[in-house]
Write a protein that binds this ligand. Sequence first.
Ligand code: AKB
Length: 316
Amino acid sequence: MQKSILIIGACGQIGTELTLTLRNRYGNENVIAGDIREGNETLMDSGPFEILDATDYDALEEVVAYYEINEVYLMAAMLSATAEKFPMRAWNLNMKTLFNVLNLARDKKIDTVFWPSSIAVFGPNTPETLTPQSTVMEPTTVYGISKQSGERWCNYYHNKFGVDVRSIRYPGLISWKTMPGGGTTDYAVEIYHKALSDKKYTCFLSADTELPMMFMDDAIRATLELMEADPKNITVRSSYNLSAMSFTPAQVAASIKGHIPEFEISYQPDFRQAIADTWPSSIDDTQARRDWGWKPRFDLEETTKEMLGNIKSGRP
Ligand code: AKB
């Protein structure tokens, strides 16, 4: 069957790259970008775009009907740091959009859903290293609570209504095309921009805060691989652990210094430190490797080369 895809939150950090990759794969006209604001030129000019508030079920249903959408990627969310400032707005956005999309799938108005979860579903009582797929979670952040609840609802809609919903617990994502916004792992993008522009960076996490991270190309490939996997191989309908690398701010700074020797890092941990302290330092993704053949390609050194090279050349 011909795919007709809607990406909600298409102008965000993941949404932008996901939209462009899906357009390459399935044809520009078959991939509709939706967001509450306009995005960059490449995204806006390469295919259909709709201003869309996905908390509004009727507006969403109208876009789905008009373009005869059969697959939705729900990438709109308020991330961990911003969600601590606006708890009710975060809960409303993160949960309402998810229910709207799951209900469309329950009512057979769409066939397949991708919804991103996060390492934020884990909490201070979770085993910190090589965190297993199934383990104690108990998130203590607003964002983590919304993501863990979302996972349970995805699982419920799959079991109860047969909804084909698929999900990944993304680690911190590092990209050069679009900046992240409002996350705790954002430092790992900002640091590359500042290294090139100012040769120095003040990090809002401490030197030795180790977190799971992934280069965006790996994250996009993982998303497409999961969505194209045979449904009979998908054994997890809450969300899959996914891993590529783990590093600390001191380690990423050392990697940058290998290319920009005069680069200096200093540390001024703020409220985001308390969030990071509750998250795992590394993730066990055996299940994703086993079920749909996941394998990362980018380590820290490769990521540093890609980030510095592409930001420097000013690629859009
Ligand atoms: C955040 O820092 O909030 C996100 C995430 C890990 O989900 N990047």
